[in-house]
Write a protein that binds this ligand. Structure first.
Ligand code: HXC
Length: 467
């Protein structure tokens, strides 16, 4: 279902279990994992699939060696690796030998990280190492009903903690995608999942052509308007779809941290990664989960030379005890780190609000973003006018009552808006490169994308000899 017809070539199909360990004197066919390579729309990929019918798809010594061997080949040839996972984790009967091999699988997941794309497909009950290895890969696809992920299964948890969980309590595909934010894509059945993996691999490996074969944005009718009031919400995905080529937007982690949107798309056939605040959910504020989601996405794009386009409309980082205790300082720092460290082309568009730390974090010029554009009437400032005035003029405001007090606040808010919020100030400082009309957005992005490197984004351009 996943590979081009008749393209699979199996490697190591005579390898069985080592025979070490307790109660494993019988032969275990192919040690429970099938490894090899094949093609997806003509693109070579390395692939392994665990077989649950063979000792629960567990990883014994030779099972691990087969996977590591496959990853070494993929690294040498700079090709993606896809794992189809259905495994109870380390094979208990083989003791430390299976634990050691899991260590090796993890090590090679990390060696491959940022050099070749790694994709995990979860189509069974996966536990222990069978979830930690996917967690080290770039993208996790999970299938409803059959796909489950937990570090520790219910039985072991109940024995250890004296609890009464069933395997249905946690780890199902919805829990893993929405709550835990572990899976990037979720499907109702295997057919849809494999079709989308094919589409995704082709998207990642495609080279941008110079003939601009995508949709011509100049011919597209502009059909997006911001709401009348800055406090009104709207769906940022309407704007994204207005700007990118029709039906090319592939949203990543769309059920998790929905206050931000991440995904891939094309403009005029040119590939990019998109990050955006979503005003529709919690006003597009940044919290711990949103920070993790953005940082992970920037790092993937940077590794594979996919330009990052950021749309900003955020009131700031989420204040309050809940997020502070979850470690918003630690999580928020990841966004700053990811943008600052990345060397890929970065373009930021400030749509409406860009305040304080969230303004800095969302691909600001200060972090090294190459081009920053802002829509007319965008607001760029340390904080909103009313909050700022209440801090700056606290004593004066407190000393007045009634209409005098209201008048002072009105005057100071208006002065602050004019002098410190108006986007023209940021443009004069060179922190914003141009103030643009909404309908010019696609053109500005596209020009920045194609004017570098003669126009193409070569997927493996930054891939050095990985060994
Ligand atoms: C050996 C195992 C096994 C394991 C399952 N089996 N897990 N054999 N080692 N780790 C075997 C079962 O004995 C059974 O064999 C067959 O696989 C199917 O398992 P069932 O339990 O019958 O299936 P199901 O009810 O679907 O439950 C699947 C499961 C559950 C949720 C995966 O088996 C489970 O919780 N297993 C333990 C998971 C776990 O804690 N793994 C962590 C290992 S440590 P028969 O002969 O009856 O068909 C690890 C180290 C790395 O992975 C950790 C990194 C952090």
């Amino acid at each position: 279902m996943l590979l081009d017809e008749n393209s699979f070539l199996e490697i190591g199909n005579r390898i069985e279990n080592t025979g070490k360990g307790i109660s494993l004197k019988q032969k275990v066919p192919y040690d429970g994992v099938i490894t090899g390579y094949g093609y997806i729309n003509g693109e070579k990929i390395f692939i392994y699939a665990q077989d649950f019918t063979v000792l629960g798809g567990t990883l014994g010594e030779n099972h691990g060696k087969k996977i590591v061997n496959l990853m070494k080949l993929a690294l040498k040839e700079c090709k993606p690796v896809i794992g189809i996972l259905d495994s109870g984790g380390a094979r208990i009967q083989e003791g430390v030998c299976s634990l050691f091999q899991y260590g090796q699988v993890f090590k090679y997941n990390v060696k491959a990280s940022g050099k070749i794309p790694q994709i995990s497909i979860i189509v069974g009950s996966c536990a222990g190492g069978a979830v930690y290895s996917p967690a080290l890969t770039d993208f996790i696809f999970i299938v409803d009903k059959i796909g489950k992920m937990f570090l520790t299964g219910a039985e072991v948890t109940n024995k250890t903690l004296g609890t009464n969980y069933s395997n249905a309590t946690y780890g199902n595909s919805e829990f893993i995608s929405k709550k835990a934010g572990v899976a990037h894509f979720r499907y109702e059945n295997e057919e849809k999942c494999y079709l989308d993996v094919r589409r995704f691999v082709s998207f990642l490996s495609s080279k941008n052509t110079e003939d601009n074969s995508g949709e011509d944005f100049r011919l597209k009718k502009w059909d997006f308007n911001l709401p009348g009031s800055p406090r009104q919400v709207y769906d940022i995905k309407l704007l994204i779809n207005q700007i990118v080529d029709q039906e090319t937007f592939i949203e990543v982690k769309k059920e998790f941290a929905m206050n931000v949107v991440t995904g891939f798309a094309l403009i005029n056939g040119t590939k990019m990664g998109i990050i955006a605040n979503q005003p529709f959910v919690s006003a597009g504020i940044l919290d711990c989960d949103a920070s993790d989601k953005i940082a992970e996405f920037v790092r993937f794009c940077d590794s594979f030379n996919i330009p990052v386009v950021t749309f900003v409309d955020t009131p700031g980082f989420m204040p309050g005890e809940t997020e502070e205790s979850k470690g918003i300082i630690r999580h928020g720092a990841k966004i700053v780190f990811a943008y600052s460290e990345s060397t890929v082309l970065k373009i930021t568009i400030i749509i409406r609000k860009a305040y304080g730390g969230a303004y800095i974090a969302m691909g600001s010029k200060g972090l090294g973003t190459d081009y920053v554009f802002a829509w007319e009437n965008a607001e760029v400032a340390v904080m909103g006018a009313e909050e700022a005035v209440s801090i700056l003029y606290k004593n004066e405001i407190d000393s007045l009552n009634g209409e005098d007090r209201e008048e002072l606040i009105r005057d100071k808010v208006s002065e602050y808006q004019r002098c410190l919020v108006d986007v023209e100030n940021a443009a004069k400082e060179g922190i914003v490169d141009a103030v643009i009309k909404p309908k010019e957005t696609a053109e500005y992005i596209y020009k920045c994308l194609v004017q570098r490197d003669g126009g193409g984004t070569d997927f493996f351009k930054h891939t050095l000899n990985p060994m």
